[in-house]
Design a protein around this ligand. Structure first.
Ligand code: MN
Length: 228
């Protein structure tokens, strides 16, 4: 195949214990999926239907990266999240069959330009500028489900310069992973290579140039990035 300009590289993540990489197709993100975070953002923690937004696949940056402070914001926030990586897609996937479609799990940070997101919310505009900006999806290598199973509990945490900011447990997810996949696959045709960021626990906050961000999910892995 010839192209009139050079085609972009396929975004991908390493897989722990494998030489081959995991190609990233799409990135879906779930909003307000821990009650304590819904409350801190001023929302009712009751179980409303889940809602989703997306980030382009090329917003992935590997753990260990130094990320330049993004354009056009003065309020860059961290959101630590468990990330699901799909090996198989489909539409209208029943929750009972959802775990079989999962290749593995990673730990990501849903970086958010909170000021731009807040403005969009106020004006009932889309969240793209707040959520889907360059390098907004730092993510670790993937641990395969064949190795670690399907985590449904375990500590999820994030620290800035060694100070604990976010802490929760996967058992606090309002929409569990199989339910999330069932719901999401009723909206979009899921595909191999899709990632799902599953929401963040309470304690989101701002980071500044020079900050070191560390975090992790018990039983999965740890992430670290730096902001420059
Ligand atoms: Mn998030």
């Amino acid at each position: 195949m010839n192209y009139v300009i050079d085609p972009p590289a396929v975004p991908s993540l390493p897989v722990i214990g494998e030489e081959s990489r995991f190609p990233v197709h799409r990135i879906y993100c779930v909003g307000r999926n821990y009650a304590a975070h819904a409350i801190e953002m001023g929302h009712d923690p009751d179980r409303e239907p889940p809602f989703f937004f997306t980030k382009p696949a090329d917003t992935i940056v590997p753990s260990g990266s130094t990320i330049p402070y993004p354009l056009a914001t003065a309020d860059l926030h961290h959101e630590i999240e468990l990330v699901v990586a799909l090996r198989e897609g489909g539409v209208n996937i029943p929750a009972a069959e959802a775990l079989d479609r999962i290749y593995g799990y990673a730990v990501g940070i849903d970086l958010t330009r909170r000021d731009l997101q807040g403005e969009a919310k106020k004006l009932a505009r889309p969240w793209c500028a707040g959520k889907a900006f360059d390098r907004s999806a730092p993510c670790t290598a993937i641990r395969s489900a064949a190795e670690i199973g399907h985590p449904d509990n375990g500590r999820i945490w994030l620290a800035v310069n060694g100070e604990l900011r976010q802490e929760g447990d996967l058992n606090q997810l309002i929409w569990k992973i199989p339910e999330m996949i069932e719901y999401l696959s009723g909206l979009f045709e899921l595909a191999p290579g899709d990632l799902i960021f599953t929401g963040t626990p309470a304690g989101v906050g701002a980071v500044a140039k020079g900050d070191a961000i560390t975090g992790g999910v018990e039983g999965v892995t740890d992430i670290e990035i730096r902001i420059s």
